[in-house]
Design a protein around this ligand. Sequence first.
Ligand SMILES: *Cc1c(COP(=O)(O)O)cnc(C)c1O
Length: 360
Amino acid sequence: MNTPKFKKFNIEAYKPGKSKINKIKKVIKLSANESALGMSPLAKKAISQKNLVLDKYPDGKSTNLKMAISKAYKCNFDKIICGAGSDEVIQMLCQLYLHPNDEVIVPQYSFLMYRIYAKIVGAKVVFAKENNFKVSIEEILKKVSKKTKIVFIANPNNPTGTYLTKKETLELRRKLNRNILLVIDDAYSEYMKNDDYSSGLELFKNKDNVFILRTFSKMFGLASLRIGWGYGSKQIIRALNVIKPPFNVNGLAQVAAAESLKDKQFIQKSIRHNLNYANRLKKFLEKYNIFSNAVSANFLLLNFDDCKYSANFLYQKLKNKGIILRSTEDGYHVKNKLRLTIGSSRENLIFMNAVRKIFN
Ligand SMILES: *Cc1c(COP(=O)(O)O)cnc(C)c1O
């Protein structure tokens, strides 16, 4: 029997950071930038309660969660949309904005989901070169054409760990044609303590031609619940609500996310933990001539060009010991580098011991 014909896509499917190794039961997963400290105890308590109603559809508008977001970030309730991960918000934006043959610009080594969702709706993805693994404003502007509809950047970017400063981000918006939507993905902004950095949300709360993406998957530790949000002009939000799947965000995610925002103590602890270990791991790896980006988010992009071992060699050796890093060859096509997520204290110590053993 024939399978009825479906559309063909010229897309490299997203391969997530690996989480399993054959025959090893307890792996240490440092491959997907998940939270080192798990989720907030307040959130955990809230979703462990017995009287949670899960046999009814959730609130399709995520009203309580949007109220919590607007309070925590001092932003406008009517300009928020929640999604099953920021992933889904990226998808909806592409559906809303892109006709076949429209163009989107993404930096060369940017997060993969922008190009995947843009291509699914038939748009053309144009890559802007980077300078030494950092987004280049000039290169983005060079790629603008009459067909450009969206420019996507993650700030800081995954997997490079580099970021545009406040000044550069403002410059990008100023120089980019005002009819082009600038999407700034703040996925790692909670971790950022660098003086010259400002998040997209801080800079562009009132700009109708900037759309901000936020997620609960990283610092808030809710990756499995799939919850993120977008922030943009009321017009965009109204239109997104028309195409949004009616019950896109599950009830547990809504409760957990709203609770997470209240847990200021957990947030502070996560930020401190990350800064402390990111600096320690960076210094430690430099002893083996493995250099990385300046500390920014909850991961480091490790460069093996000066190291006596290759990225692949270390990847395999660590894997044999049950420790998984992210190869940047899959999807990103970045050679001889590995992305290391900052783990819990225990995970980081095991990682450092393993590296020491491999090199000695
Ligand atoms: C991890 C990540 C996200 C989060 O995706 P979710 O769908 O919210 O889990 C978004 N953008 C970037 C750049 C990321 O690294």
